[in-house]
Design a protein around this ligand. Structure first.
Ligand code: G3P
Ligand code: CA
Length: 249
């Protein structure tokens, strides 16, 4: 089972920051998941919420701040004083760091409640410029974005995110042309998981943070999990110790 670090190793470092991504790498994650939104001046920035209230010392919608305004805020101190000084990352800055690292990448396009026209084109441009398309997949809860991505570039892999269990999950694939299922783990059930496996469609499920959840989804033979704590699991189901990392006390 592949392990994606959900917003980086966010159990131990401020989510969606370089510190959380670097820790995910050190902890042996197979891939990184992150969320993108657009600033007032149209820059792709990595942040889960449409506002900066929860994860910075600033306030307000991302859409109402330029990149240079967003860069003035601290995105680490809310988590721990150890992480003060973490800045909001652009997707471009992230890709410069990520490019030489042999990991996979899941970019989640955030659309809604704020709608960002043209965000799909920008994400694809960044992926192509960094030449990481073969190890990157795009997901979204906003299914029109997935459809748009495939219209723009049918070769890029996409995953359809959903929380509730649809009557027919396969209709989501048809509507979006997505390649993978990205369900909430509690929406997994025998009927459609067996059908997905029979059809050769991989399931990547979120968010798995306990051994009970891990063994539960293992039973459905999911291909990947998203976890806040990639050091807790690896592909052999063994515990990693944070304390074995350099500089950890
Ligand atoms: O990719 C799974 C997960 O990221 C979806 O939920 O709210 O953490 O973006 P959320
Ligand atoms: Ca996400």
């Amino acid at each position: 089972m592949r392990i994606f670090a959900h917003r980086g190793a966010r159990a131990h470092a401020p989510e969606n920051t370089l510190a959380a991504f670097e820790l995910a790498r050190q902890l042996g994650a197979d891939g990184i998941e992150l969320d993108v939104q657009l600033s007032k001046d149209g820059q792709l920035v990595i942040c889960h919420d449409p506002t900066i209230d929860r994860t910075s010392n600033g306030l307000g919608w991302i859409k109402d701040h330029t990149l240079s305004e967003l860069k003035r805020y601290d995105f680490g101190g809310w988590f721990s004083t150890d992480y003060q000084g973490q800045k909001l990352l652009t997707l471009r800055e992230f890709l410069e760091w990520f490019k030489p690292i042999p990991m996979q990448l899941n970019i989640e396009i955030k659309n809604g409640p704020v709608i960002y026209p043209g965000i799909e084109e920008k994400v694809l441009q960044h992926i192509h410029q960094a030449a990481v398309g073969e190890r990157t997949l795009i997901s979204s809860f906003y299914h029109p974005s997935l459809k748009r991505v495939k219209e723009l570039d049918p070769t890029i892999k996409t995953g359809v995110l959903f929380e509730c269990r649809p009557i027919n999950p396969f209709e989501l694939l048809t509507a979006t042309q997505a390649d993978f299922f990205h369900p909430f783990w509690q929406s997994l059930d025998r009927d459609w998981c067996i059908a997905a496996q029979a059809a050769g469609i991989a399931i990547h499920t979120y968010t798995i943070n306990t051994w009970e959840e891990y063994t539960w989804v293992q039973d459905f033979e999911v291909a990947s999990i998203f976890t806040d704590d990639p050091g807790r699991f690896n592909t052999h189901g063994e515990l990693h110790s944070l304390r074995s990392l350099p500089g950890w006390s």
